[in-house]
Ligand binder design. Structure first.
Ligand code: SF4
Length: 78
């Protein structure tokens, strides 16, 4: 799955939502989140993010590794 990390916080540009073919990007309080079970790993969202907040989970920079779980937890708590 792809995940969204810290650069999205308080930005929520939403260009990614327009690109996602399966509509699996959802708006939270301060950022957007990708549903890990719905994402089909197409990668369409990654290049359109103006703040480069989107990563394939295994390529997430170390300083934002906590955001991998944050994307999962967001949907667990809904
Ligand atoms: Fe949607 Fe594709 Fe991005 Fe997954 S990788 S969130 S399916 S646009």
């Amino acid at each position: 799955t792809y995940i969204i990390a810290e650069p999205c916080v308080d930005v929520k540009d939403k260009a990614c939502i327009e690109e996602c073919p399966v509509d699996c990007i959802y708006e939270g309080g301060r950022m957007l989140y990708i549903h890990p079970d719905e994402c089909v790993d197409c990668g369409a969202c990654e290049p359109v993010c103006p703040v480069e907040a989107i990563f394939y989970e295994d390529d997430t920079p170390d300083q934002w590794s906590g955001y991998v779980n944050a994307n999962v937890d967001f949907f667990d708590e809904l």
